[in-house]
Write a protein that binds this ligand. Structure first.
Ligand SMILES: [Fe+2]
Length: 344
């Protein structure tokens, strides 16, 4: 049965409800609880790197780092309207530029962030004194509450993709930042090069000495790529997927957002299950097409795109292609709403 609308109610009754601070549920019930599948505001969106790059470099000319603090162009999802600071309900994406000699000063905040290095060498992120080089394809974590800054000691512009759970924290009215009075100096080396050099190995600690909460903050692309290639060679499948995890707990790297690396063989298709969490994809290498709910996105190296909840996604690669998938699956699992449905 169709539910009643607000306009069917007498004007005096509507006015009295408004004055009393109440509203009837039935006109909005279906919007809040649609049948079978959630209503998605998130819409498939494609951000082409060839368009973003010149805009970022121009931002470098127009706005000195001191006036921007973080020189970022936000990737606005078309479902959320122009200039919206979100790509999915919980994922903010921004493309950030740091020029040689620049420093983005130290701060910390309640949203968690991941940096995915896109272009250029010589930049590093310092997190709680750990110096993490950012080479193209590297994934670098700055979990919530950890002091971090970016430095650039190289010779060419460096660009990376930021992914944060910022929209969620804003929705929860829990988003804020603090700035450091003094800039941090590197105190400890990149743990990916010292303590977690090989998978399956971790430093032995005396009884009662806990592992760091965020033990591995950098995932070098070279190792991720090798792992994907080994997996696809052994499986003979059209695609391979690896999850980024905390090596001490086996859990995801952040409480809210999950990260996977995906390799699709040249000339092959893959159609993953339709998942409850929306997702964003970044193309580290390759060229191909993803059909998202019937809409084709033709992507190439360094492009970014997103897909809504329960999207039917069919990836097809023209050449061996490596993508990073960012999604909200840790959050969905914690809430008990994670679901996969067959992609038919
Ligand atoms: Fe930050």
């Amino acid at each position: 049965m169709e539910l009643g609308s607000i306009t069917e109610l007498p004007a005096d009754y509507r006015a009295e409800m408004a004055a009393a601070g109440v509203t009837p549920l039935w006109p909005i019930l279906r919007d809040s609880l649609p049948r079978g599948t959630p209503r998605a505001t998130c819409a498939p969106t494609h951000w082409r790197y060839e368009k973003l790059r010149p805009l970022l470099l121009r931002a470098g000319e127009l706005t000195p780092i001191e006036r921007a603090e973080r020189r970022v162009l936000v990737l606005s999802g078309t479902g959320y309207g122009e200039a919206a600071a979100q790509a999915t309900p919980s994922i903010y994406l921004g493309m950030q530029l740091l020029l040689p000699g620049e420093r983005a000063p130290s701060h910390r905040h309640t949203p968690s962030a991941v940096r995915l290095a896109v272009e250029g060498d010589g930049a590093s992120t310092l997190v709680e004194g750990e110096k993490l080089p950012m080479e193209p394809g590297d994934l670098v974590l700055t979990p919530n509450g950890e002091w971090h800054e970016h430095v650039h000691e190289g010779q060419e512009p460096v660009i990376w993709l930021d992914a944060l759970d910022l929209p969620l924290l804003i929705y929860l009215e829990a988003s804020y930042a603090e700035e450091a009075e003094t800039e941090a100096q590197p105190r400890i080396p990149d743990r990916s090069a010292v303590e977690y050099v090989a998978s399956g190995l971790r430093p032995k600690r005396p009884a009662g000495v806990a592992a760091p909460k965020n033990p591995l903050r950098r995932f070098p692309w070279k190792r991720t790529r090798e792992a994907l290639r080994a997996l696809i060679r052994s499986g003979g499948k059209p695609c391979a997927e690896m999850e980024f995890i905390n090596p001490e707990t086996g859990e995801g790297v952040l409480a809210t957002l999950g990260f996977c690396a995906l390799l699709i063989r040249a000339g092959r298709q893959c159609a993953p299950a339709r998942c409850s969490p929306p997702a964003a994809f970044h193309v580290v290498e390759g060229r191909g097409c993803s059909e998202i709910n019937g809409e084709k996105i033709r992507w190439r190296r360094k492009d970014t795109f997103c897909a809504p909840a329960f999207a039917s996604i069919i990836h097809e690669a023209d050449e061996d292609s490596y993508l990073i998938r960012i999604d909200e699956s840790p959050l969905h699992r914690k809430l008990g709403v994670y679901e996969e449905r067959a992609n038919v």
